[in-house]
Design a binder for this molecule. Structure first.
Ligand code: NAD
Length: 342
């Protein structure tokens, strides 16, 4: 196919510019249309990125015959309905995290995309971090020996103003959760992507500081399917926000890294030192301080997945694993019981 892969964006808020810039700067892709229920906001966005077509209703936009992929950038609890409408219109879907916020909606959107023969890719841009990729490779190569611990420390600062900046933030209905579902999900995805799937969790979640429905702080004990244990600590209520940190240990080695790169890379009977990786921008205290790189890679990957007719880098089934895990964490906190994942 020699023509460009044509994108449309639904939801022109905080995250949409990363999609727009990634699409516009990629020689394989172009941005054809944008949509927001606040149509003036969509128009302003379109003017900024030179987009010709603006819509208030995504159903109308999906009737166009010159769109290949839809970037879903709406509040989290609306991802599924947008993705299903896109799939029914025969359009591929690149969906922001979390893929959706309930099991039923996750299943419905994945099924819709499969049944209509369109691709569904999730946005977990931290999977493109060199430190995460190198750590995963080290685990898969077996150099840790038996894995013992896999921990994720996800301590953010989000001000009261952040939660007031859009009505859906901090609500069960549209955010689907708080410190874990919105911010921590990146780290939750990453720790299970590196360590392997989780068998069971015991957890406690609470709203300690912010005036929101959902949790602003959570701790969870994990048992991985490979037999290792781990902890997840997530919060949006500590000042200052900390670099997210991952600590992975096995009988024969340890890797610790944060947003600035590796802190520890040490293996038994080995002089090997940590590979050099670039520091990441950190959204620990500022939700808008995100690198473009990860989104660029995922937009590029979606275009190539369509051109090569293959699965995208983070297929829908893969993107739901982190949500299933954190829903189990919520359930354990609610019931006080250990929850075994399916
Ligand atoms: N990958 C990341 O690091 C990252 C960072 C921030 C946000 N996100 C995700 O992106 C999504 C959006 O977050 P945000 O911070 O940009 O939110 P936002 O509130 O700034 O923007 C959402 C936009 O969607 C619009 N919208 C709502 N309902 C709509 C509908 N039915 N049709 C069309 N437009 C609609 C709103 O008017 C708003 O302009 C969330 O799911 C969030 O979790 C991901």
């Amino acid at each position: 196919m020699s023509r460009k892969i044509r994108f449309a964006i639904v939801g022109t808020g905080v995250i949409a510019p990363l999609h727009a810039k990634s699409i516009i700067n990629n020689p394989l892709t172009e941005l054809v249309a944008v949509c927001d229920i606040l149509v003036d906001k969509a128009q302003k966005f379109a003017d900024e990125y030179g987009v010709e077509h603006v819509y208030k209703d995504y159903h109308e936009m999906f009737k166009r015959d010159d769109i290949d992929v839809v970037s879903v950038c709406t509040p989290s609890g609306i991802h599924g309905e947008v993705a299903i409408a896109a799939a029914e219109a025969g359009l591929h879907v690149l969906c922001e995290k979390p893929l959706e916020i309930t099991k039923d909606k996750l299943t419905a959107m994945i099924d819709a995309c499969r049944n209509h023969g369109v691709k569904l890719g999730g946005v977990f841009q931290r999977r493109t971090l060199p430190a995460a990729i190198k750590t995963r490779e080290a685990i898969q190569s077996g150099k840790f020996g038996k894995m013992v611990l896999g921990d994720a420390y996800l301590k953010y600062y989000r001000s009261p103003e952040y939660y007031k900046s859009a009505g859906w933030r901090g609500t069960w209905e549209l955010d689907g959760g708080g410190a874990l579902m919105n911010q921590g999900i990146h780290g939750i995805d990453l720790i299970q992507w590196m360590m392997g799937e989780v068998h069971s969790v015991v957890a406690r979640c609470g709203t300690l500081v912010r005036d929101i429905e959902v949790e602003d702080t959570a701790v969870a004990l994990l048992k991985y399917k490979n037999g290792a244990y781990g902890v997840i600590q997530g919060t949006t209520s500590v000042y200052p926000g900390q670099d997210t940190r991952f600590e992975l240990h096995g009988e024969n080695g340890s890797i610790i890294f944060d947003d600035n790169g590796f802190k520890t890379w040490k293996f038994l009977n080995s002089e090997e030192t940590a590979p050099s990786v670039e520091a990441e921008k950190s959204a620990a205290s500022d939700p808008q301080n995100l690198s473009l790189g990860g989104h660029y890679i995922l937009v590029d990957d979606m275009a190539k997945a369509i051109l090569e007719d293959r699965e995208p880098m983070v297929p829908g089934e893969d993107a739901r694993v982190a949500v299933d895990l954190l829903l189990a964490i919520y359930e354990s906190s609610r019931t006080g019981k250990e929850v075994v994942l399916k």
